[in-house]
Design a protein around this ligand. Sequence first.
Ligand code: NAD
Length: 235
Amino acid sequence: MRKIGVFGASGRMGKTVISLLEGEYSDRAQVSARVDASHGSLEEFSTVDAVIDFTLPEATERLTQWMSAHDGPLPALVSGTTGLSPEQHAGLMALAESTKVFHASNFSAGTAAMAAILEFAAPILRQLELTPVLSEVHHRHKQDVPSGTAKTLCDVIDAAYGSATETHSVRAGEVIGQHGVVFYGNSEQIGFSHEAQDRDLFARGAIDATLWLCDDPGSTGGYTMASYFTKRFLG
Ligand code: NAD
């Protein structure tokens, strides 16, 4: 039975993670610590096997600092917080020298598959002289623009095209997450899209990754959705 700590326990994602852990994952994992801005303390994470973090960049930075300064064995860290600055992201991944750290802007296997498909397709579509345009739509509460997933998908396309992909972001209603890339030509276009239909998708992805990490041999290392997807689904 894995002991899991949830950081951002009162947030939309934190509540979804807890509800799934207490329901369909209850035979494999238990929620051993719930910490949020207004309750709990980071010290509660001293005794868990892994922490799942869905908060805000400043909170993830605080967790990183606490883990860096912590004496004794560290839990694995799975973070889905988006909008981290390059420095905050580097600080988080530096923990990989002391424990296992997995950061992903999107824990759905579907968007990881979309990135893998784009990695294959973009160099071909560049040869056809098609121009990529990415669009993403999220609920109005989402703070970071463009989304972390949009940045990940753009990185893949930019690597093939050698230039920055035009990106359009919409924040409206309660849309959970839509990402689309259309490659436009003079008389044809080809598109790829992904739509998240519920939040369980991301929470389940983060929990699956956490349990996989806990079972993976080796006590340290940095993981991305691409490395995890390749190892778990393509390897
Ligand atoms: P939310 O606003 O509902 O929840 C965030 C929680 O973090 C809140 O409960 C808030 O109190 C807590 N928090 C803020 N500052 C804190 C601090 N200093 N210490 C402790 N807790 C603090 O947001 P959400 O929709 O749950 O999303 C959370 C994060 O997850 C965002 O960055 C979002 O973009 C990201 N996200 C990632 C994925 C993914 O698959 N990686 C999917 C959905 C959302």
